[in-house]
Design a protein around this ligand. Structure first.
Ligand code: SF4
Ligand code: MSK
Length: 623
């Protein structure tokens, strides 16, 4: 690697934009990461505690200094408590996202959400049936009201089990019941995690970690699944759709509007407004050729999956997108939005708008969206973005966009297979597809940007492992050209033959962070067809560049659902070898799967291949 730009990112647009940012004296996430080095060793190992005000406390990892906090908590307790709280925060984020969607559904049912509608009536009915709602001769809006009410019930305390766990294979549910980790109310599990980690409550590192599994399951099979299903009901279940990706999706001669965050509730309204004839006319009157909407991170993936809207970049590209000088307005909702963005935007003409009542940012104007004002507010803001076009200075859009195909919901994959998972199973049995890997999660400046996602994915598809991806990983592989129609040329012979026959790329974009559960639903369909559990399948998960608490919850509900999962960056647990051993070995005896940690994607690919081979052998298939 010849320069710092290449050291930071493998992407051409990232390298060129880093150079431009430096010239413009823009401080980026990589600069701030360097300024933090060396990061605190106690915190890296999970050995610092600030749960209460007798502390903060630290346990000395070399055995020379204190081995207990003021309350008496040792390294095992402190590490397990810290990890439990990370999972609680991640589960809370996804599940609160889901709750916001349920509230929109309720408002639609009550006629209080102009602009929103029930788009997928079939899915509405199917999910309502899962909730035991009688749908006979009921109008969709009435079903929607009853479903919203029933889903809200899942958030509160329930005595037994979350409703949608019934989508998991029978054997898995029995395992959860026997292990005492069947998730109950979504909010209950998070609240209980916070209770257990209060000083003087649960001081068993094993029982803390078991509850952490239950808390993560309440995210995956609860809040996240509700978020995915209600998004599909309101905005449509994704189907394969062509799109374009990277910073080149911004247009020099159009009004560029960028949406960033996670929840499609705001971005869908912005999309509608961008297509309205009077606003398109207004853009032309201002000298622009049109209005160009692009996405970032997961709210970008939500629009890409359902409408083929282009995505300008993933997490580490968000500051650099503003540094093009080409963005008239960026609208953010919540999660993964760096508080630095307002400062970056102040160097250009970009107007920054925060839209959620629960997410404020320095240097942004707050314009709050609610179901009843969304349509009008979206129009008002697009009008203001168009006005801002005249303020544009020099722009720098250094690359051409890359073509890609997204929109692979489980329904779309099953439909591409001819209506049943059988052809995929046959291909797996025949060894043409050796297994399936979910590559998910964020970017993190500790890992060369996109290197983990792209290298791991390349190695897997070369070895006939079908990759399904979400979130920032999905954007990384799309930018690398692995989701173009002809990307099968990068695949091994078997995968190439199967994907070629089906007309799909070897890497399937399954959505945003909450959509990770789509991967588990696909795995459940395969397990049900084979009459086995998810943990018996030749499948694996990986988060090669994860950074967020949400990613910890995702990884944990993957493992608790029976999926071996390889993390890139090490989580803050190395202060307790007991915790490390339980998570990387002991969980095999509890849930039939465990974590591994491997920052080098070449080695991570080997770990996944070895795992898939062992699962194939156990099923009596050629390894
Ligand atoms: Fe220290 Fe215990 Fe309080 Fe943590 S809970 S800050 S270890 S006294
Ligand atoms: S946006 S959680 S950086 S995947 Fe979902 Fe990307 Fe990770 Fe955020």
């Amino acid at each position: 690697m010849s320069n710092i730009y290449e050291k930071n990112t493998i992407t051409e647009d990232g390298q060129l934009m880093l150079k431009k940012a430096e010239k413009d004296q823009i401080e980026t996430v990589w600069d701030r990461y360097q300024a933090q080095l060396p990061q605190c060793g106690y915190c890296e190992m999970g050995l610092s505690c600030r749960v209460c005000n007798m502390g903060p406390c630290r346990v000395d990892p070399f055995g020379e200094g204190p081995q207990k906090g003021v309350c008496g908590a040792d390294a095992d307790i402190i590490v397990a408590r810290n990890l439990g709280r990370m999972i609680a925060a991640g589960a809370a984020a996804h599940s609160d996202h889901g709750r916001d969607l349920v509230e929109v559904l309720e408002n639609v049912a009550e006629g209080n959400a102009p602009g929103y509608a029930i788009t997928d009536v079939e899915k509405l009915k199917q999910v309502a049936l899962d909730y035991g709602i009688n749908i006979d001769e009921k109008a969709p809006l009435r079903i929607a009201g009853e479903l919203a009410h029933a889903m809200q019930g899942d958030y509160g305390t329930r005595k037994k089990e979350l409703t949608l766990v019934k989508r998991a294979p029978k054997k898995r549910r029995e395992l959860w019941r026997n292990a005492g980790i069947m998730p109950r109310g979504i909010d209950r599990e998070t609240s209980e995690m916070m209770h257990r980690t209060h000083m003087g409550v649960d001081n068993g590192w094993q029982s803390l970690l078991l509850h952490a599994l239950r808390n993560a399951l309440s995210d995956g099979w609860g809040g996240s699944l509700i978020a995915t299903e209600v998004s599909d009901i309101l905005f449509g279940t994704p189907k394969p759709t062509p799109n374009t990706v990277n910073i080149g999706v911004l247009k020099e001669d159009e009004v560029n509007i960028v949406v960033h965050g996670h929840n499609p509730v705001v971005s869908e309204m912005i999309l509608q407004a961008c297509q309205e004839p009077d606003l398109l006319r207004m853009a032309k009157e201002k000298g622009a050729k049109g209005i160009n909407l692009a996405g970032l991170c997961c709210t970008g993936s939500e629009l890409l999956m359902r409408h083929g809207i282009p995505v300008a970049g993933n997490h580490l590209m968000t500051e650099l997108v503003i540094a093009t000088g080409a963005v008239e307005m960026m609208l953010v909702d919540y999660q993964c939005i760096m508080p630095s963005l307002g400062t970056v935007a102040s160097c250009y003409h970009t107007r920054m708008i925060s839209t959620s009542d629960k997410a404020r940012f320095p240097g942004m104007e707050h314009r709050e969206f609610h179901p009843d004002n969304s349509r009008e507010l979206a129009r008002e803001l697009i009008r203001e973005a168009i006005e801002n076009y005249e303020q544009r200075g020099q722009v720098y859009i250094p690359v051409e966009p890359v073509q890609s195909v997204g929109g692979f919901s489980v329904e779309a994959i099953i439909s591409a297979l001819g209506g049943t998972p059988a052809p995929l199973l046959e291909a797996i049995k025949a060894g043409k597809i050796r297994g399936v890997a979910g590559v998910v999660g964020c970017n993190n400046p500790k890992i060369r940007h996109d290197h983990g996602h792209v290298t791991l994915t390349q190695r897997l598809i070369e070895n006939d492992i079908l990759v399904v991806d979400t979130g920032c990983a999905a954007i990384a592989t799309a930018k690398a050209g692995l989701k173009m129609a002809d990307a099968i040329r990068y695949a091994g012979p078997g995968l190439k033959e199967v994907c070629g026959a089906l007309g799909i790329p070897p890497v399937l974009h399954m959505g945003s962070c909450v959509d990770n559960v789509r991967i588990l639903i696909l795995a459940s369909a395969l397990a049900d067809a084979l009459g086995c559990d998810i943990s018996d399948l030749p499948v694996a998960g990986s988060a090669p560049e994860w950074y967020s608490e949400k990613a910890v919850s995702i990884g944990t509900y993957f493992v608790a659902s029976g999926v071996y999962t390889v993390l890139g960056p090490m989580p803050p647990i190395t202060g307790s070898m007991n915790v490390v051993k339980l998570l990387t070995e002991g969980l095999n005896d509890v849930v039939g799967a465990a974590f591994a940690v491997e920052p080098d994607p070449e080695k991570a690919a080997l770990l996944i291949r070895r795992h898939i081979e062992s699962k194939r052998r156990a099923l009596g298939l050629d390894a």
